[in-house]
Design a protein around this ligand. Structure first.
Ligand code: MSP
Length: 476
């Protein structure tokens, strides 16, 4: 039987959810909703969660006078609330402090250790706590991490355990070439392959100086490097939830480009060492700025999911994020652009069209014979969605003018002026066509704007279609 296992990154609990986290999780939700239609609900498994160990989280907790676990217990539910607010329907929310996860992570590490892929060594280098990784001297800009310029990198020299990444990377390169797993978009694939070809060093997978983590099973003075713990989250829930083995391996792993190396190389190395099947597709979308600037606390330009939902409504926020720029590329978000797109596409576009057709039906006394025909996703839209091209998929509903969609229907109404038609039979045929088209649009909107689709179904799957309050009130 077909199945679809889909993951988002797990977000650090040192931060409350922001629009960056929402962007990836929303994209995953759209894909999961689509595959639930295609394969059946029971055949889709969509997980997200929180990354709760490591120095980063421990420092944030200390700042708030909390233990790391107390702090994680406060922040993790904030992510669940944000996803609920955005109508994101995951199947499982996974936290890395779950004892079931911790136990399997230790078992996995012991297994890889016994197989000889892990050895003891000394690590020396600059560590960025913000990234939770060692940086090469060539990564530093003016001695600082370019992603976290306000947090001084720390020089560390300590005993660590190392994963034989150098040896495993040769197998990785071969598997990528043989398309055993695919890295998308192509430009990211090329970046990873080039970097692999340049050669990689073994990586340290434990920490001596970080106590907030899962102990290394054979050496409790060390904790497991937070990234190894976090990557294994994709695996552990499959193991500890009953009847979930059939979902392995992941069909799609989504993230932004910042963490692609971890996912396309280090994660695969662990799985190869474990002798497990590899994920099928790894997709790294781009990074966005806000009004041309990096989103950061110091600039005070962080947008929260709540802020978006309060202003544009749940489906408004979903639409604006999905259409802001092409998924996969870098882009820019701006609230003023959001407001104009909301008014143009949702208030004046979809909302207006729906109320226009409802009004025509109501005033003409049209009786809708509810069609029993089963609806399908439009092929072009489905193809775009399966390629994660949300903007294009939605554009097909909004902009297409071949016998379908918003633009076509608007033109059809303007040209045929149904309010002037006196022939009852002709009027019936026209209104029936419009209503069926609106219902088709609603069907296709389901993965993207589920509440709007439901509202339209409720309004139009009736014999006597009535006007309702606007779907998207205009805003200033
Ligand atoms: N905890 C690690 C991931 C471990 S996964 C095994 C982590 N967490 S994070 O909280 O920093 O989240 C990073 C992710 O947040 C990115 O990969 C992306 O999905 C999302 N984004 C954060 N800011 C973003 C933008 N400005 N633009 C696009 N995506 C953004 O890394």
């Amino acid at each position: 039987m077909k199945k679809f296992y889909l993951t988002t990154p797990i977000y650090y609990v040192n931060n409350v959810p922001h629009v960056g986290h929402a962007y990836t999780t929303l994209a995953a939700d759209v894909i999961a909703r689509y595959y639930r239609f295609k394969l059946g609900k029971e055949n889709v498994f969509f997980i997200t969660g929180t990354d709760e160990h490591g120095a980063n989280v421990a420092q944030a907790a200390a700042k708030h006078d909390k233990s790391p676990k107390e702090y994680a217990d406060i922040v993790a539910p904030r992510f669940m609330e944000a996803w609920k607010l955005l109508n994101i329907r995951y199947d499982f929310f996974h936290r890395t402090t779950d004892p079931r996860h911790e136990k399997i992570v230790q078992e996995v590490l012991s297994k890889i250790y016994k197989k000889g892929y892990i050895y003891e060594g000394i690590y020396e280098g600059w560590y960025c706590i913000g990234c939770e990784k060692f940086l090469n001297i060539t990564d530093l800009v003016d001695g600082k991490c370019p992603l976290h310029p306000t947090r001084e990198p720390v020089f560390q020299k300590e005993k660590n355990y190392f994963l034989k990444l150098k040896e495993l990377s040769k197998i990785i390169l071969k598997k990528i070439k043989e398309k055993e797993y695919v890295i998308l978009p192509l430009k990211r694939h090329n970046e990873i392959v080039n970097r692999l070809k340049q050669g990689v060093d073994d990586i340290s997978i434990s920490r001596a100086g970080v106590s907030w983590g899962i102990p290394v099973p054979w050496d409790p003075n060390q904790t497991i490097y937070v990234w190894i713990d976090a990557l294994l989250f994709y695996y552990t829930s499959i193991k500890f939830l009953s009847n979930h083995n059939r979902f392995w391996p992941p069909d799609l792993q989504l993230m932004a480009k910042d963490i692609l190396w971890f996912h396309s190389v280090i994660w695969q190395a662990i799985l190869i060492a474990l002798n497990e099947k590899l994920p099928k597709t790894i997709f790294a979308h781009g990074f966005f700025t806000i009004d041309g600037q990096k989103m950061s606390k110091s600039l005070g330009n962080i947008i929260s999911p709540e802020q978006l939902v309060n202003k544009y409504g749940v489906d408004g926020a979903r639409y604006l994020l999905l259409t802001a720029y092409e998924f996969g590329n870098d882009g820019d978000l701006s609230l003023s652009k959001f407001t104009s797109s909301y008014n143009a596409d949702l208030a004046n576009g979809l909302g207006n069209l729906v109320s226009r057709v409802a009004k025509l039906c109501e005033t003409s006394g049209f009786v809708h014979e509810i069609s029993r025909r089963s609806r399908k996703f439009n092929k072009t839209l489905a193809t775009s969605l399966e390629k994660f091209n949300f903007d294009k998929a939605l554009g097909y509903i909004w902009k297409s003018d071949i016998n379908w969609g918003l633009k076509w229907l608007d033109q059809e109404i303007n040209e045929n002026k149904p309010w002037q038609i006196t022939d009852k039979k002709l009027l019936y045929l026209k209104l029936n066509l419009y209503v069926e088209n609106i219902l088709d649009i609603a069907y296709n909107l389901q993965p993207f704007l589920p509440q709007t689709a439901e509202k339209i179904f409720k309004q139009f799957e009736e014999h006597n279609i009535k006007s309702q309050p606007p779907l998207f009130p205009r805003i200033s």
